[in-house]
Design a protein around this ligand. Structure first.
Ligand SMILES: [Zn+2]
Length: 536
């Protein structure tokens, strides 16, 4: 009897000892990876500055994709290019067997956001050119940095697992992630950690409070005529566009306050003396729930057809982008948050804070965030782990949600930008090739590396993630794509604009062989708070 008891006790101790030993081993690997990433600050700066200088818009990220896949290939990753018929999309893989962990981030820029980094006033590199006024130049460098370090440890320790790195192409157009899902690129993925630039270091789970959307362009075709000589013979496509917009603006009164809808006229005709035979208008229709987005989408189609009848024109339409409302995974968020606490916010220098405060003044930043957090320089105190948003008046959209409704996913935000900027604006590019972005990327990279090591050694994180995904997130809400099997990705978008600016931008691509930083190449002394102190 005593012998049996003793044996059980002995077994228990041996077991817990091995659990503790394993835990200690993982912790030491994390420390090792984080130290190694600290030693790669130069590589981080180079990648962040390089992608910043490419300044490419959605679907036209050719230089960015060639550069980043080149680095991954050199580090042993296998690349599948042009996935889903999208020339700038790709998937990089390395490893062996399960778990399959996907690491992604967006890579596209914003029109008219060209801006010199590190200066606290408006100064485009090239007037009206695109730029990284969203900070999408920093996410994949972060992911690549962590994956390379984790890969080294996986090789040495013979840890099973497959790392998959992928870009959010044309995120500003919500143009690819639903297509990746439709075309099966995430079919075998066990978990996805997505990273996005922020001005804080945080992660959340549950309903994010974001809206989903459809992006749809309506093209009208009528017939032209001499606008003075025989206007009665013309059927104006522009009339149809204008009537469509008037109808939609009346409709706003009867939509829920959570909706957001906005449009641009992509073709308004050629010249006033020719009745426009062709005209088009591009809508983003956003709401908090699938059913409400669907209903707005259906009504917009009905309006388009109705105004076509009124004007004697024909209408066709194409879905250019789509995103579901955001909902993110609890188990993975908890794992990431543990490592956020481990790593902590970067240590900012007085020069970083000076630039941040000057930019906040420049953009007339609000005193507090909508959540009531004070906006004053760069963040120095960590956020808590946030759960589901209880109420939202509606917000922006991100097609990472389409991945998240199919595979357990979180969005990890790292502190590479300045709090209080307006977003999608040239001012959002100011910090994105400065020490603020470089430090944010290094810190974020450590969090991702540590989380990867946790997930590779503790299968419970993924098991719990799928339990949440199947039994909480998708228990009642089922993913219904807005895409049809035949909807092509809108790869024609931004081509004209990029063709116009690329030759000029080329002259400003970062040359790391000559300059320690992109700011040095542009002759900027960091932080440049006043315009007239810029070096000639
Ligand atoms: Zn973004």
């Amino acid at each position: 009897m005593i012998n049996a008891k003793f044996l059980i006790l002995l077994l228990f101790f041996t077991f817990s000892k091995s659990v503790i030993a394993q835990k200690n081993k993982v912790e030491s690997w994390k420390t090792e990876a984080m130290k190694a990433i600290d030693g790669k600050q130069k590589a981080a700066q180079e990648m962040v500055d390089m992608v910043f200088s490419f300044s490419e818009l959605g679907f036209q990220e050719t230089e960015t994709s060639a550069y980043l896949t080149g680095i991954l290939e050199k580090n042993g990753f296998t690349i599948e290019r042009g996935i889903g018929g999208i020339p700038t999309a790709w998937m990089a893989k390395w490893g062996n067997g399960k778990p399959f962990i996907a690491l992604g981030s967006d890579i596209d820029g914003i029109p008219k956001a060209s801006q010199k980094p590190g200066v606290a006033y408006k100064e485009p590199i090239i007037e009206d050119a695109p730029g990284h006024g969203e900070g999408h130049n920093s996410g994949l460098p972060l992911v690549i940095l962590s994956a390379i370090q984790v890969k080294r440890i996986m090789e040495r320790e013979k840890l099973p697992g497959t790392l998959i790195i992928w870009p959010g192409v044309a995120e500003e157009l919500v143009g690819t992630k639903a297509w990746y899902i439709r075309d099966g690129y995430f079919k075998n993925v066990d978990a996805c950690i997505f990273t996005h630039v922020g001005s804080d270091m945080n992660v959340s789970w549950g309903d994010s409070g974001n809206n989903g959307l459809v992006s749809v362009e309506f093209k009208f075709e009528g017939s032209s005529a001499h606008a003075a000589g025989a206007p009665w013979r013309g059927k104006s496509a522009l009339d149809a566009v204008e009537l469509m917009n008037v109808a939609w603006n009346f409709k706003r009164e009867h939509l829920k306050p959570t909706q957001r809808s906005h449009y641009v006229i992509t073709n308004g005709g050629d010249q006033p003396n020719v009745v426009p035979s062709k005209a088009s208008v591009w809508y983003y229709l956003r709401e908090r729930k699938y059913e409400d987005i669907r209903s707005m989408y259906d009504e917009a189609i009905l309006y388009a057809k109705s105004v076509a009848t009124m004007t004697g024109t024909r209408v066709t339409y194409q879905l250019l982008g789509t995103a579901w409302p955001g909902h993110f995974n609890k188990s993975i968020a908890k794992a990431v948050y543990k490592n956020i606490k481990l790593v902590g916010l970067p240590t900012w220098d007085p020069s970083d804070q000076q630039l941040a405060k000057a930019v906040q003044k420049l953009v007339d930043a609000p005193a507090k965030t909508p959540q009531g957090v004070l906006i004053d320089g760069l963040k120095t105190k960590l956020d808590t782990l946030n759960g589901p948003v209880q109420f939202s008046w509606g917000a922006g959209s991100d097609d990472i949600a389409d991945i998240a409704w199919n595979v357990p996913t979180v969005v990890f935000r790292y502190p590479a930008n300045i709090p209080g900027t307006p977003g999608h604006n040239w001012a959002d590019a100011i910090a994105m090739a400065t020490p603020i972005a470089h430090k944010g990327v290094v810190a974020g990279s450590k969090v991702i590396a540590a989380t990867l090591l946790d997930m590779l050694t503790n299968p419970e994180i993924t098991t719990d993630a799928w339990d949440y995904h199947n039994n909480v997130q998708t228990k009642e809400v089922k993913y219904i794509p807005f895409l049809e099997a035949s909807t092509p990705p809108a790869i024609h978008l931004n081509k004209k604009m990029m063709d116009e600016f690329r030759p000029q931008l080329k002259k400003f691509y970062y040359d790391p062989a000559k300059y320690k930083s992109y700011m040095e190449q542009l002759g900027i002394k960091y932080p440049q708070l006043e315009k007239n102190s810029l070096k000639k």
